[in-house]
Design a protein around this ligand. Structure first.
Ligand SMILES: [Zn+2]
Length: 261
């Protein structure tokens, strides 16, 4: 049972200074964010990977936000797949463990119809990744809005049926359900998922789900870590607050105090 902790993004420091800052803070995980596009060469990805490895930092990538594997328009699905594959290729050069993405919107489709479309796309992506010999696992993320595909049950099933990983965003799970979350029930489900990584931060929500990420309250971190400990879960926790390094360091300190890191 152990927790790795680190930030989503480098707080504008760039990857070199960012990774070094993570190391100074004792952090051992980091998520590289390709939020608005995959704008990094394979050569740079090699350098990022080398530096992270030398500092003992586990890497993941967040693929671009413009992804919808259940779009009504076939070209949009193709473009979504390409963004994921571009991210996985960079991730392979970096030695990243996971490539995280928000898989789809339900749009006019039912939950079941959306599931089938996402599963087909994930099967196809995994076949391509295998053929290329790329090593990162793709991880669909639990999403923060009820209009988005990706509750914990959908993603647990997807992971079981395709072998893909899951990024459990604990803050999103709370927001998509208007603040109501049963961590015990959640952790029982999370424990059964074979390949997993996680996001956490403070969050604000409305009836439509996630509004924005906010700094992470110490009480909330402790509450989540206690449940993770009770259920014997090992996971990487990426903090996505507006101050992700500070909050990841806070998480690490608390995890250490609880014998989790
Ligand atoms: Zn995300």
């Amino acid at each position: 049972m152990s927790i790795k902790s680190g930030p989503g993004g480098f707080e504008g420091l760039g990857y070199e200074k960012g990774l070094e800052r993570c190391h100074e803070l004792g952090l051992d995980a980091c998520e590289v964010e390709f939020t608005y596009g995959v704008n990094m060469s394979n050569e740079t990805a090699d350098e990022v990977g080398k530096l992270a490895k030398s500092l003992g930092i586990s890497l993941s990538i967040h693929a671009p936000y413009y992804i919808n594997l259940a779009s009504e328009e076939a070209p949009k699905i193709a473009a979504s797949k390409q963004r994921i594959l571009d991210s996985v290729e960079r991730g392979h050069h970096m030695g990243a463990e996971f490539v995280v993405f928000h898989a789809a919107f339900y749009g006019m489709r039912t939950k079941d119809e959306t599931y089938v479309m996402v599963k087909d796309a994930v099967d196809d992506l995994m076949a391509t990744i295998k053929k290329k010999g790329w090593t990162p696992l793709i991880a669909t993320e639990t999403t923060g809005k009820p209009s988005q595909f990706g509750d914990i049950d959908e993603l647990s099933r997807l992971s079981e049926e395709t072998g893909c990983a899951v990024c459990v965003d604990f803050a999103h799970l709370k927001a998509r359900n208007a603040g109501v979350v049963d961590y015990d029930e959640m952790c029982m489900k999370v424990k059964k998922i074979k390949h997993k990584t996680a996001h956490f931060s403070g969050i604000e929500w409305t009836a439509k789900g996630e509004r924005r990420h906010v700094p992470t309250d110490e009480k909330l971190i402790k509450e989540l870590l206690q449940h993770i400990k009770n259920h014997g879960i090992s996971i990487r926790m990426i903090n996505e607050s507006p101050e992700p390094m500070k909050d990841a360091a806070k998480t690490l300190k608390l995890a250490k105090g609880m014998g989790l890191a």
